[in-house]
Ligand binder design. Structure first.
Ligand code: FRU
Length: 507
């Protein structure tokens, strides 16, 4: 008996110390130099696109393209994380594994409230994942039918998943790039609509039960940007003063405004069969190089929340992180905004972000002669933080830097009417020749006042200019953390308002 008690005590002590060591190790993982402090990144290993984002019973689910075997792309799984506030994430066990039909590529998740699929048991509302099965052998053999759409379901709120035995549910008609299904419920005709990226266009399919799909129409072969293959589309409505406008977002790689990967959008109408638009100009969700494959959460009603992968296929597998590779952008609320005779999607970080912030430091009417050091006002410059600036339209920049002379410059150039982010001397840039660069984005607003909001994390900057009309996302890798903020202008200018808010780490 005594021996048993001693063994039990030894076992418990061992269990507690192993748990502590594991917790410490996983804590340390989030202290790596470039580890985002307010953005989701998996504990370890490779991540790309967000997948299957769905809101269910008070929980936001974020699945993602994940390779648990290395920090480079490999056989794709769906990783899984959950959050109650879109900011603090808890990583869950892997949701979907590759199988004999192939790797599990990008896709979406729906809440099948009417149990149209029949997967719900005893009144549960099943979560149904619709994804691309990518058959590597088929790709290597240069076949043109190696990407097919499949489904899986969960009756326990995404904890465990079962793949449907009738997979694939949508077979490839002979198009090599045939992937990334985003499915929505189209209430007027009580049917599911799948928006699928099919090489250089979007193909819409419909279904009554998520298992049988028929082709409805194609869109976009002659419209928008076509510098690369179309991927990861989304179709949703946005409110325009009480009227519904349909938005179709399409990622493409390469062919983005600052080269590499980017996401364009079209505004128009969808009638259950075809998407139409009067739009002739190309519009981008984000002009920076590091916001790709973004889509919106399902089942969030009229609130549309968008999130992208904060990287670019040009260098994603080479960025100098150690245990992990890639983070997501902040979740962003999308709204329509009129400018002149045109209409745009404007983005803003979700309001939940600021729930965990310090009291803002607000300065009014500061005059800048060449250079203004924010540390003159607050000794405590630290990142992550949000900096808001209001200024009459003129040249200015914000320099984020460290004492070794590494910096990123974010600003506005009046002559060209462009915003810019310059990461040429931002730190470690030599892992890819295209990385060290100055990127620009056209100003869409015609207002005489510039309002920008800038969110800086350990290795990223997200610029929301003019209430989110022009946005830029950029990553960077300083050799020491940035700890200085300067406002700069070649002329003497007055910053009408400057607000600095420290954001607390989510780890
Ligand atoms: C976009 C993408 C998708 C594909 C996935 C594979 O970044 O190429 O089209 O499903 O990544 O990981």
């Amino acid at each position: 008996m005594k021996k048993n008690i001693i063994s039990l005590i030894i076992f418990i002590a061992f269990f507690i110390s192993a748990k502590n060591i594991f917790a410490q190790k996983s804590n340390l993982l989030y202290k790596e130099l470039h580890r985002p402090q307010i953005h989701f990144s998996p504990k370890a290993h490779w991540m790309n696109d967000p997948n299957g984002m769905v809101f269910s019973n008070g929980v936001y689910h974020l699945f993602f393209q994940y390779y648990p075997g290395a920090t480079v792309w490999g056989p794709m799984h769906w990783g899984h994380a959950t959050s109650k506030d879109l900011i603090h994430w808890k990583e869950q066990s892997i949701a979907l594994y590759p199988d004999s039909l192939g790797y599990v590529f990008s896709g979406s998740v729906v809440t099948d409230k009417n149990n149209t699929s029949g997967f719900g048991k005893k009144g549960t509302v099943p979560l149904v994942a619709i994804f691309t099965h990518h058959n590597m052998a088929g790709e290597v053999a240069k076949r043109n039918d190696f990407q097919n759409q499949s489904i899986a379901y969960s009756n326990d709120e995404g904890k465990t998943w079962k793949k449907y035995e009738g997979n694939p549910v949508l077979k490839n008609p002979g198009i090599a790039d045939f992937r990334d299904p985003k499915v929505i419920w189209y209430e007027p005709q009580k049917k599911w609509i799948m928006t699928l990226a099919t090489k250089d266009r979007i193909t819409f399919y419909s279904s009554a039960d998520l298992k049988t799909w028929i082709k409805e129409s194609e869109f976009g072969a002659q419209l928008g940007a076509h510098g690369g293959v179309w991927e990861c589309p989304d179709l949703f409505t946005l409110n325009d003063n009480g009227k519904q406008v349909w938005a179709l977002t399409v990622s493409l790689n390469p062919g983005a405004p600052n080269t590499g990967s980017g996401t364009q959008y079209f505004l128009g109408n969808f009638n259950g069969k075809t998407f139409t638009t009067a739009q002739t100009n190309t519009k981008w969700i984000d002009y920076g190089p590091d916001d790709y494959a973004g889509v919106t959460w399902s089942n969030t009603g009229s609130r549309k929340i968008f999130l992208g992968w904060m990287s670019n296929w040009m260098y994603a597998t080479q960025v100098p992180t150690i245990n992990w590779r890639s983070a997501m952008t902040l979740p962003r609320t999308l709204k329509l905004k009129h400018e002149g005779n045109d209409i745009f999607i404007a983005s803003a970080p979700v309001a939940e972000l600021l729930a965990n912030s310090s009291k803002p430091i607000v300065l009014n009417n500061i005059s800048i002669k060449n250079n203004f050091d924010l540390s003159a006002i607050t000794k405590n410059i630290s990142f992550p933080c949000r900096i808001n600036v209001s200024v009459v339209k003129q040249d200015f920049s914000i320099k984020i830097s460290n004492k070794t002379g590494e910096e990123i410059l974010i600003g506005f150039d009046k002559k060209t009417n462009h915003y810019f982010i310059d990461r040429t001397i931002s730190g470690n840039t030599n892992f890819n020749a295209a990385f060290a660069a100055k990127h620009t984005a056209p100003r869409i607003s015609t207002s005489n006042t510039i309002n920008i909001s800038l969110i800086i994390d350990a290795a990223s900057a997200e610029l929301f200019a003019d209430d989110g009309l022009t946005n830029m996302t950029e990553i960077f890798f300083p050799s020491k953390p940035y700890n200085q903020i300067h406002l700069q202008s070649a002329e003497n200018i007055i910053i009408t308002k400057l607000e600095y808010v420290r954001l607390k780490s989510i780890h």
